[in-house]
Design a protein around this ligand. Structure first.
Ligand SMILES: Nc1ncnc2c1ncn2[C@@H]1O[C@H](COP(=O)(O)OP(=O)(O)OP(=O)(O)O)[C@@H](O)[C@H]1O
Length: 261
């Protein structure tokens, strides 16, 4: 995927807000790319542009289609985005069915990914019968089952409790190791960024631009034990050094806007 000179200016109430300035980035096939940055720097805006949910004000995004039957992208949001009126199996098969994949094949594929996220016993359940973590597992199973060229994930575990988050990170690592999808993943957590990513992009405070990129060379498969090593600690500290000024600036900007209200 190639992101060339992409920027976004929002217009609301006769006010212009530059959310993102000239962004250039090449995401390699099969790469797990993580984006971090202070609040309001344009991470979600960038992801929404990549998902085609927002049009860039300038620049362009190109996603090479390896197979015309595959969708270009699937997105997993922070908030649960599964349909409450559909059973788990139908939620996971949804994208495939919309694309006209034969029902039997779609259900088979959905069952395969439901098993990968450990929800086989709940395939016939409705979302209200599931915990928050289980609902996020359904979203992840649906996104992988959909087999997109690029998987876009916007803080998918942010609303989960700490223990569930740890479990889900390992599950995501496992399922990703098996599928090696191209992933663009937004998070506020530097630990999560280093645990999951091949490369971490640091965005500057509002308006967002790429400030730095850090390669993460830890071997895979990765497990949580990695987070207890001095090397892991050194890399997250390095990221924090890169990010700290931006967070301070973002908070100052926040104060500025709040004082004006
Ligand atoms: N639809 C919109 N209309 C006007 N301004 C917007 C719109 N969406 C986002 N913005 C502004 O664009 C900037 C970037 O927002 P965005 O949500 O992309 O940031 P973020 O980095 O994802 O923030 P957070 O980490 O807090 O989720 C912010 O200043 C925000 O107020």
């Amino acid at each position: 995927m190639t992101i060339s000179n992409v920027g976004k200016v929002f217009v609301s109430d006769n006010k212009l807000t530059t959310a993102l300035t000239k962004t250039n980035l090449i995401v390699r096939d099969g790469e797990f790319l993580v984006i971090v940055g202070p609040s309001g720097c344009g991470k979600t805006t960038l992801l929404r542009i990549l998902a085609g949910l927002e049009t860039p004000s300038f620049g362009e995004v190109k996603i090479a289609a390896s197979n015309s039957d595959r969708p270009l992208h699937s997105m997993v949001f922070q908030e649960r985005s599964i349909f409450p009126w559909m059973r788990v199996i139908d939620n996971v098969a949804y994208g495939l069915r919309v694309r006209g994949v034969n029902r039997r094949v779609a259900l088979e594929r959905a069952n395969e990914f439901i098993a990968k996220v450990g929800l086989t016993k709940f395939a016939q359940a409705y979302p209200h019968e599931l915990s928050g973590g289980m609902k996020q597992r359904v979203s992840i199973a649906r996104a992988f089952a959909n087999d997109p060229e690029v998987l876009l994930m916007d803080e998918p575990f942010a609303s989960l409790d700490e223990q569930t988050k740890l479990l889900m990170q390992e599950e995501l690592l496992h399922i990703w190791d098996e599928n090696k999808k191209t992933v663009v993943y937004v998070t506020h957590s530097l630990q999560e960024a280093v645990l999951l990513g091949d490369r971490v992009i640091v965005l500057s405070a509002h308006p967002g631009r790429i400030k730095a990129e850090v390669t993460v060379n830890f071997p895979r498969p990765r497990y949580h034990q990695l987070t207890t090593t001095p090397e892991f600690y050194a890399l997250t500290s390095h990221l924090w050094e890169l990010l700290k000024d931006e967070v301070v600036t973002a908070n100052q900007l926040d104060g500025l806007y709040t004082n004006q209200e």
